[in-house]
Design a protein around this ligand. Structure first.
Ligand SMILES: [Zn+2]
Length: 61
């Protein structure tokens, strides 16, 4: 299970997501950045920033 906390990229944002597939976590994160943070253009550097912050989620219930 992969997990991404937006607050690790955008200080103060408490949005997070988790999914089995890293690709799906990426997709959701990009969508969140577009809709919530107004990032119309998601640059390669942004993709890398997100990917580097995706962590293995502890399997808490
Ligand atoms: Zn956010």
């Amino acid at each position: 299970m992969k997990e991404f906390h937006c607050g690790s990229l955008v200080p103060g944002c408490d949005w997070h997501t988790r999914h089995e597939e890293e690709a799906e976590v990426m997709r959701r994160a990009v969508e969140h950045l577009r809709t919530t943070h107004g990032e119309d253009t998601i640059r390669e550097s942004m993709i890398e920033a997100i990917r580097s912050r995706i962590v293995e989620a502890k399997d808490a219930a």
